[in-house]
Design a protein around this ligand. Structure first.
Ligand code: DLL
Length: 445
């Protein structure tokens, strides 16, 4: 647990919008959903066709209760209509274009109008204010600038607050730490695996992150992680660390964020309507049940999306007003993606299940890697795990005992036999962007 837990103040950027009552949120959503359907009907040939095929007219949708009548939008739809087939405004209204980090085929394109950019910056300003960032802060943006939405997204949100923004982007880890120290950085945002690496690097440089740095609030996201990793980061930096969720297709980061209650992520419900569905049947699931997150963008102008299937797995938490005073719907941490599940000898495994077990165990260090191979006809699962410096320098029997404990906890959690390999601290590859956790070396199936 971070030393400074609870020291941050609960504050609001757009108090009126953030403190909407559950009833008002619903009214705003109803009104914006009706407006959205009308807008895409008029402006988007793609949605007009899709809606007509379902017999839906511009005024058929009256409220969010009608949401299930609307079709889903998928990543394939974005790819098939590359690059600008989903625009709902004339091209002249587009002022920014980002793409997703697609590694195969066409990337997915995200276009913004001027108003989209304003709303995005406001959402990020809400998120940062909610987690204690103020105009007094020196805010380091340790996320890629460029086509990736992370860097520029946080940049403009933090600038809007009036914080002193340090656009250090990614890479050059020692330089990042030096800037953090020399400029008295008090808040930063990064990918969680990179935040751990920054902390380790600081220690290597003889800098104690708790004593020699002034960081008081951190937000991390853009890749799956666990509360165990959060605890490690809070211990490392001695401050609170918040989960930050978003995806480029619906605009980038700033979709959902933790508040200082750290009890689920608030989705800005005046701008994003969320559902959780059974990924196999498409049916909506009630709060408390885990499924695929589906997002409808209520305010986006240039490229609004209706019922976008994120492939992210999470659940809606209950509808109570949070102790921070916000009724914006909360979701759980993201368990993983429907497409990052690995099937090993018929058993479904999510990398996050492994992370969840590991990051809570004493003796386990900051990095791990999952390797899947084929031995004869059998799939073999191997997990390579860095241990802490103490364990590494300690006695052999402690290493052996740790390895056995990890094996047995992982086997219990996954219901699968596996091999555990322990590694020296800092020896597994680090990424400057999203961590690559899984090496699937099985021949193409
Ligand atoms: O990662 C946007 C972002 C930037 C979010 C900075 C947070 C901070 P994409 O590159 O399009 O956009 O990747 C989006 O990353 O569908 C999730 O699978 C995953 N993801 C994002 N945030 C989290 C999180 C950005 N907090 C994809 N926890 C999403 C788990 C996350 N997974």
């Amino acid at each position: 647990m971070g030393r400074a837990k609870g020291a941050l103040k609960n504050a609001f950027w757009e108090p009126e919008a953030e403190r909407l009552s559950p009833k008002r949120i619903k009214e705003v959503q109803n009104e914006r959903l009706r407006g959205l359907v009308r807008r895409v009907y008029e402006g988007s040939a793609f949605y007009r066709k899709l809606l007509r095929e379902r017999g839906i007219g511009p005024d058929s949708i009256r409220s969010i209760e009608d949401l299930e009548k609307l079709p889903f939008t998928t990543k394939e739809d974005l790819r098939d209509n590359y690059p600008f087939g989903l625009l709902a405004v004339p091209f002249s209204k587009v002022v920014r274009i980002h793409t997703s980090s697609g590694t195969t085929g066409n990337p997915t394109v995200v276009a913004y109008s001027r108003r989209d950019l304003e709303i995005w910056a406001n959402c990020i300003a809400r998120c940062l204010t909610m987690t204690g960032v103020t105009p007094e802060d020196v805010f380091q943006v340790i996320l890629g600038y460029g086509l990736f939405t992370g860097g520029l997204g946080f940049h403009y949100g933090a600038e809007l607050i009036g914080a002193k923004v340090l656009p250090s982007s990614t890479g050059g880890t020692k330089r990042q730490v030096k800037l953090m120290k020399d400029f008295g950085v008090t808040a930063f945002t990064s990918i969680p695996s990179y935040a751990l690496y920054l902390g380790e690097t600081a220690i290597e440089m003889g800098i104690n992150p708790q004593k020699d740095l002034r960081v008081k609030t951190i937000s991390c996201g853009a890749e799956p992680w666990s509360e165990g990793t959060r605890d490690k980061l809070e211990d490392l930096f001695g401050c609170m660390v918040f989960n930050s969720y978003g995806l480029s297709e619906v605009g980038g980061p700033g979709v959902a964020f933790e508040c200082i209650a750290q009890d689920g992520l608030h989705v800005w419900s005046d701008h994003f309507l969320i559902e959780v569905i059974d990924p196999k049947t498409g049916e909506a699931l009630p709060p408390g049940e885990e499924g695929e997150l589906v997002i409808t963008t209520l305010s986006r102008e240039a490229m609004p999306l209706i019922r976008y299937r994120t492939r992210d797995i999470a659940m809606i938490l209950d509808d109570d007003v949070c102790e921070c005073g916000r009724a914006h719907r909360r979701i759980s941490w993201i368990k993983g993606r429907t497409d990052d599940m690995i099937k090993i000898r018929g058993v479904n495994v999510f990398p996050s299940q492994i992370e969840h077990v590991l990051m809570r165990m004493p003796g386990v260090g900051n990095n791990y890697q999952i390797v899947v191979e084929k031995k004869g006809h059998m799939d073999e699962l191997k997990v390579r795990i860095e241990v802490t410096g103490d364990i590494f320098k300690g006695e052999l029997k402690d290493l052996v005992e740790l390895r056995e404990r990890i094996s047995s906890e992982l086997e219990n959690a996954l219901g699968l036999r596996l091999t555990v390999e322990l590694a020296e601290p800092g020896s597994l590859p680090r990424a400057e962007g999203k961590a690559v956790r899984v090496l699937d070396r099985r021949p193409e199936r």
